[in-house]
Ligand binder design. Structure first.
Ligand SMILES: Cc1cc2nc3c(=O)[nH]c(=O)nc-3n(C[C@H](O)[C@H](O)[C@H](O)COP(=O)(O)OP(=O)(O)OC[C@H]3O[C@@H](n4cnc5c(N)ncnc54)[C@H](O)[C@@H]3O)c2cc1C
Length: 84
């Protein structure tokens, strides 16, 4: 089944290992949903919000993630070279 969700706020990209498999989002500040992709997850939340979303998902420079309190999430990928 195919879905089009309008006005979501994506909170996190969901991973299995280092593979993005879905996203977690809320609508209208209400219920939270996890949806899973059959093929791929495309992140297109702009130049600022895309890396922000990656960081919220545990991907980025470890020092930055810890500084911003993302350390309560598992660090999936200490990705060097993404100092945006
Ligand atoms: C004032 C201004 C004028 C411009 N004029 C031109 C122009 O004339 N010609 C030109 O080529 N370019 C112009 N640009 C640049 C152009 O707008 C951007 O380069 C382009 O929009 C970038 O596209 P994008 O898809 O990366 O990001 P965006 O267009 O910003 O799209 C990102 C989308 O992701 C959504 N989003 C973000 N975070 C989340 C989240 N957590 N969950 C869910 N959704 C989220 C946002 O709401 C947005 O809809 C202009 C930019 C500005 C600011």
């Amino acid at each position: 089944m195919k879905y089009l969700v309008t006005q979501p706020e994506t909170l996190q990209i969901l991973f299995e290992g280092k593979r993005a498999v879905g996203v977690r989002f809320v609508r209208d500040g209400g219920d939270m949903y996890d949806v899973f992709a059959k093929k791929e997850v495309i992140v297109s939340a702009s130049a600022i919000n895309s890396p922000h979303l990656l960081m919220l998902s545990g991907i980025g420079r470890e020092k930055e993630l810890v500084k911003h309190g993302v350390s309560r999430l598992p660090l999936l990928w200490h990705l060097i070279g993404c100092d945006v």
